[in-house]
Design a protein around this ligand. Structure first.
Ligand SMILES: Nc1nc2c(ncn2[C@@H]2O[C@H](COP(=O)(O)OP(=O)(O)OP(=O)(O)O)[C@@H](O)[C@H]2O)c(=O)[nH]1
Ligand SMILES: [Mg+2]
Ligand SMILES: [Zn+2]
Length: 319
């Protein structure tokens, strides 16, 4: 209730037009500029962000307001996230790459040479986000994946991850990828140059920019996709193209959480003698026993140990 003097005062006509609020999804980011899909009508609009503290990412559901005399909307609020795909940045802070994703497709290929530890760390991120994940081995234009890759893919299949061996170029097996991803809000992640944008081009019949794998100085390769974008899948759902990486690890708060990222390790930990077993040198460790009997892959175990060490170092601010 307004005080009496205020109630009696004649109302000034508002000079500013009443701004209209929309609920929207962030579908592309270009620094502090974003494209949004308005939920009510599906249209795409451009937006900027109110204040420095608000940091929306691709996949975020936001509230955005119209601004007088401006075609762009103003993002004023980020709605609660279901999950976040994270990584620690150079300064040891957590960087959020995308939000509200329900499927992580980890892409790799014969070229650039697969780093299976990176694949494992993306799968680890997916497990911690509690979303489905699959491994996509691209650039198999004809024939089948070479023996080394086939062996690694078999390890993932044994862990119940879907694997798709396909080619964006010849469109071999692309229908298999389409059926795995349809109806999901999926993100395709992986090393730079494995063909994420090319795969998304086929999936969406779209226009994602792709480029040759460059062998620039230091062999670091060129990162073609600089921004994350979310595109509609023809059979329903969305797919996010993300910039490729040279390395990746999720930001994990507690070392004890790391085992949740490795399903075969977490699956055995309840049989360890100690509840807080980290599965390194502890006596009565069921994970070590499974490793010795060959039921857990050496490489996956090594992957777990590296991720554990990294998390311990991050905790001490040494990352
Ligand atoms: N032979 C062959 N080449 C492919 C295939 N898919 C992609 N490429 C090539 O691989 C190169 C990199 O493809 P992109 O789709 O740009 O790779 P990306 O993963 O999006 O790369 P970043 O955006 O840098 O992370 C391009 O030269 C593509 O033409 C494929 O199925 N077969
Ligand atoms: Mg790309
Ligand atoms: Zn153990």
């Amino acid at each position: 209730m307004l005080p009496r003097y205020a109630r009696n005062k004649p109302q000034h006509r508002q000079r500013r037009a009443v701004s209209k609020r929309h609920e929207a999804v962030v579908i592309a980011t270009f620094g502090r500029r974003m494209n949004l899909r308005i939920l009510a009508d599906g249209t795409t609009v451009r937006a900027r962000i109110k204040g420095r503290d608000l940091k929306p990412v691709c996949g975020d559901r936001v509230l955005a307001e119209t601004i007088e005399n401006e075609p762009d909307l103003l993002i004023v609020e980020i709605l609660p996230r279901d999950n976040e795909l994270t990584r620690p940045n150079m300064r040891g802070k957590t960087e959020i790459l995308a939000a509200n994703i329900d499927f992580v497709a980890v892409a790799c290929a014969a070229v650039p040479r697969p780093d299976w530890y990176i694949v494992d760390r993306y799968l680890c991120a997916a497990e911690l986000m509690r979303v489905k994940a699959a491994i996509v081995f691209n650039k198999v234009d004809d024939g089948s994946a070479e023996p080394e890759a086939a062996e690694e893919l078999a390890v993932y299949r044994a862990l119940d991850y879907d694997t798709v061996v396909c080619s964006a170029k010849t469109e071999r097996n692309m229908d298999a990828l389409e059926s795995i991803l349809e109806q999901h809000v999926a993100i395709i992640v992986g090393q730079s140059g494995v063909g994420k944008s090319s795969l998304i081009n086929v999936l969406t019949q779209g226009e994602q920019r792709t480029a040759a794998v460059s062998t620039a100085k230091g062999g670091e390769g060129r990162h073609t996709t600089v921004n994350s974008v979310m595109l509609a899948q023809p059979r329903g759902g969305y797919v996010v193209d993300s910039p490729g990486v040279r390395d990746y690890a999720p930001a994990i708060a507690e070392p004890a959480e790391v085992e949740f990222g490795f399903r075969e390790i977490h699956g055995r930990s309840e049989h360890c003698r100690f509840a807080n077993c980290r599965h390194r040198h502890e006596p009565g460790c069921a994970v070590k026993a499974a490793l010795e009997s060959g039921d857990i892959s050496e490489r996956r175990y090594e992957s777990y140990k590296r991720m554990l060490l990294l998390t311990e170092q991050q905790g001490r601010g040494r990352y």
